[in-house]
Design a protein around this ligand. Structure first.
Ligand code: DMJ
Length: 673
């Protein structure tokens, strides 16, 4: 026996090999010749001693083993190659994991396909979930950046935060390869707002993405700064005395509740964004995040909460891209749905958002026509964003129903509709003012929102404007101002609500969207009248209602005011129309008129300790009799339209991309241009 142990004896290595040899070899140990030659000879002898068969078998075995060896070598090579590749792949995957983890779940729920096209109404256009979600990412082709960079009132702190914000946004934007214009929309190669049937196309106006991107930011001018100052003053009052409540009572330094949902704060969110008031916006956002709860046993008016709360949340979501606002919008939207559970599908006026019950006002089962037909822009948009068609279905149903309803007079609608029978009630009275106004406004605006495809809406709108021309237009004396009166059972009344002053803006918007050119002419005439409703009054502020003189009498003005109608609630309609008129004509007189109005608001309605107040008597400059209430629409609408009116930047809420709801909350046009 040979043991390597011997060789290893003096070595530190302890491993060894043991080999067992056959008896013949044992014999050779010591006395036998152990040379290589001897061994070669002995092997050869043994081979020769084998029979031919044995030799062939052995040779065959050798050959067989050699072939097997060769085959297994090749397949081992393959296995090895794949193992090597796999481990390389594994390494790559591991490197990618952190990258993939960055892709948060989408801000928006995955889109569902809308089932069917409902009549002439467009299919729901669902929003694609963004590729890379971020708390500040939303339907990015419509997000606009707040003009923080251009604001002169900016503090250093503001600047730093704005820069941080820009860096943050920039990172995400780079990842998404979006093309950004400073003030205008963010435009992405793959659009995220897209109706299922037709992809959103870039509007022809304004100019191309490149030139928009290269455009210098338009600096904020003195008049816009005056609006910012007015807003801050109003906000100070709200913050000091009414924070989180519905409306400020600036004189008594307290507040009033309507729904108990922070109405002014929500209504003002997108105004702050547009005005570039970032600190105020952030503060308000915190309140929305931490304190706004819709789970409350409270009755809200369907129309008011839709246009102010749902509309305000949706537009703020679009402007900021912050999904918090969409979540809140979904919540309130769902809670308002019980209103549609009526025998006729014409919604009830009131909903208890905590209990999920709805009812008409206590004294009637009627709803107001304007109210049930001016919630569509918001509910349709909510469907598009969530992919849940129930919202759009409910409000489209109302429009389809009203479209075929009898009781109209050349397209003009009565003011009430019954929730049981679905019929108009109180027939024979036609107005463009309270209770009917925004029906007309929303016919046009829904048509534009949906990409100008819903012919029934356009038909109803065109017919109604013809009805206005035929039945409601008259000229006053002595100045021959064209105004929109009312018709009651065949009798014309020269009464015009300030609310009617939305009409010039709406007519101009229609003309801008390709409707009859004479609509623009009428708009120009009517806005002059609305301005005169301010200019002919002692305080330079319009009353709630005026009566026009139809017959010339010595020393008389065109406008007469009844004692009960002398109040001014800080309403927006005239300023709203001035904004549209200036955008579409560029005529500076509209800015001048708006500037006069702002100064008069400052003169007669500003409360030194913060806030603005509605007044009881626009005819008494020495005592306009403050009413001690600042309506939420003063911040939501009036000041926003003022700011936009004084701007020369058509991309600051581009009217080819956005449609304003009746509370001045801009919502995206689904198929712009
Ligand atoms: C706002 O709530 C809306 O503009 C509505 O359409 C009419 N009333 C006020 C403003 O006057």
């Amino acid at each position: 026996m040979y043991s390597g142990a011997a060789a290893a004896a003096g070595s530190p290595r302890r491993d060894f090999i043991s080999v067992t040899l056959g008896p013949e070899e044992v014999v050779g140990v010591g006395g036998y010749n152990n040379s290589k030659a001897w061994r070669r000879r002995s092997c050869w002898r043994k081979w020769k001693q084998l029979s031919r068969l044995q030799r062939s078998v052995i040779l065959f075995l050798f050959a067989f083993l050699a072939v097997c060896g060769l085959i297994s070598y090749t397949s081992m090579g393959e296995t090895w190659k794949s193992i090597t590749n796999k481990s390389l792949d594994d390494q790559r995957t591991e490197q990618e994991i952190p990258r993939l983890k960055l892709a948060n779940p989408a801000v928006l729920p995955a889109p569902q396909k809308a089932e069917a096209n409902h009549g002439d109404y467009p299919e729901l256009s669902l929003q694609k979930p963004p590729k890379l979600a971020h708390v500040r990412r939303g339907p990015s082709n419509l997000q606009i950046k707040a003009p923080w960079r251009g604001t002169r009132l900016k503090t250093q702190h503001d600047s730093m935060r704005a820069v941080e914000e820009l860096v943050k946004v920039d990172k995400v934007e780079k990842t998404e390869k979006s093309i950004i214009s400073w003030r205008g929309a963010v435009i992405e190669p793959d659009q995220s707002t897209e109706p299922p049937s037709s992809k959103i196309t870039e509007p022809e106006k304004p100019s191309s993405v490149e030139s928009e991107d290269q455009k210098e930011p338009v600096p904020i001018n003195e008049r816009q700064l005056a609006v910012i100052e007015a807003f801050r003053h109003a906000w100070k009052g709200y913050k000091d005395f009414a924070w989180g409540h519905d409306e400020l009572k600036p004189l008594s330094k307290s507040y009033s509740e309507w729904f108990g949902l922070g109405l002014t704060l929500i209504d003002a969110l997108d105004t702050m964004w547009i005005l570039g008031l970032k600190e105020e916006f952030e503060e308000a956002r915190k309140w929305v995040a931490n304190d706004l709860a819709f789970d409350k046993n409270v009755d809200v008016n369907l129309f008011e909460s839709t246009i102010r709360i749902l509309g305000g949340l949706l537009s703020t979501y679009h402007l900021s891209g912050d999904s918090l606002f969409l979540e809140k919008a979904k919540d309130i939207g769902n809670r308002l749905m019980p209103a549609f559970k009526t025998p006729s599908k014409i919604p009830y006026s009131d909903v208890n958002i905590g209990r999920g019950t709805a009812h008409p006002p206590r004294w009637t089962s009627d709803s107001t026509v304007a109210e049930v037909t001016s919630i569509q822009l918001e509910f349709r948009e909510l469907s598009r964003l969530t992919g849940d068609e129930k919202f759009q279905k409910a409000v489209d149903e109302v429009m389809k129903h009203v479209h075929i309803l009898s009781g109209k007079n050349d397209g003009l609608v009565p003011m009430f509709i019954n929730t049981n029978s679905g019929q108009f009630t109180h027939l024979g009275v036609y107005t463009l003012g309270a209770r009917a106004d925004s029906y007309y406004e929303y016919l046009l605006k829904q048509w534009i929102q949906g990409g100008k495809k819903e012919n029934e809406l356009l038909e109803d709108y065109m017919r109604a404007i013809d009805g206005v021309k035929k039945h409601l237009l008259q000229r006053s004396e002595p100045k021959k101002l064209t105004f929109v009166g009312e018709l009651a059972h065949g009798h014309f009344s020269a009464k015009m609500d300030h609310l009617v002053c939305f009409l010039p803006g709406t007519l101009a918007l229609g003309a801008h969207n390709g409707l009859a050119a004479d609509h623009m002419k009428l708009a120009e005439t009517l806005i002059e009248t609305c301005y005169q409703m301010y200019a002919q009054v002692e305080t330079g502020l319009s009353p709630e209602i005026v009566h026009f003189n139809l017959h010339a009498q010595k020393g008389q003005k065109d406008v007469e005011i009844k004692p009960a109608d002398r109040h001014n609630l800080l309403r927006p309609e005239t300023v709203e129309s001035l904004f549209y008129m200036y955008r579409f004509t560029g005529d500076k007189k509209y800015q001048e008129w708006g500037w006069e109005i702002l100064q008069n608001f400052n003169r007669y309605t500003r409360v030194p300790t913060g806030g603005y107040t509605s007044i009881n008597n626009v005819q008494n400059p020495s005592n306009p009799e403050p009413r001690d209430k600042m309506e939420s629409f003063f911040l939501g609408e009036t000041l926003k339209y003022m700011f936009l009116l004084f701007s020369d930047d058509i991309d600051l809420i581009n009217l080819d991309k956005y449609i304003f709801n009746t509370e001045a909350h801009p919502l995206p046009i689904w198929v712009p241009g």
